[in-house]
Design a protein around this ligand. Structure first.
Ligand SMILES: [Cu+2]
Ligand SMILES: [Zn+2]
Length: 170
């Protein structure tokens, strides 16, 4: 009797342990520049197809072409945003121009127009919100000063980090 109870408890443990408590299908990040000003936001949502749709809205940033990535740690506290760590990398190399690339966290360069603003929508079949964006240490959207060359390791040589946003479920 005692043994079968233990067995039942073990089975229950195994079943709950193998299922995520709740599959997150939405995440949002408020983006700030290095002076702490809010300069936009990013949302990520899992669409019915499973593809993740990212929507990036930015304003009051320097016009030009900027590298953009999802970085592996949801921490924009360092003044240079180094606290956000490297890219969400999986087992891949950086960049679409790498044969072993791209990282799940790699995104196309984002062009900020003369008025300092942009809005872009991006599809990703590599990102998973639970695994990559809202995992234990979170993740962050990072915009860089320069262009991602899509090939330099480990991050595309896109220069300083000029804006950062920590993802959360709300
Ligand atoms: Cu980056
Ligand atoms: Zn990368």
């Amino acid at each position: 009797m005692r043994l079968s109870k233990m067995f039942a408890a073990l089975v229950a443990l195994t079943i709950t342990g193998s299922m995520p408590l709740s599959a997150a299908d939405f995440a949002r990040a408020e983006v700030r520049d290095t002076d702490g000003n809010i300069v936009g936001g990013v949302t990520a949502e899992t669409t019915p197809s499973g593809t993740v749709l990212l929507t990036v809205s930015l304003t009051e940033l320097p016009p030009g072409i900027h590298g953009a990535h999802i970085h592996e740690t949801g921490d924009c506290s360092a003044s240079d945003f180094s606290s956000a760590g490297g890219h969400v990398a999986g087992d891949a190399q950086h960049g679409v121009d790498s044969a072993e690339g791209p990282h799940p966290g790699d995104m196309p360069n984002i062009t900020i127009l003369e008025a300092g603003a942009t809005q872009v929508e991006i599809f990703s079949d590599q990102l998973d919100i639970d695994r990559d964006i809202l995992d234990d240490d979170g993740s962050a959207f990072v915009l860089h000063a320069g262009v991602d060359d899509y090939t330099s390791q480990p991050s595309g040589a896109s220069g300083d980090r000029i804006a950062c946003g920590e993802f959360s479920a709300e």
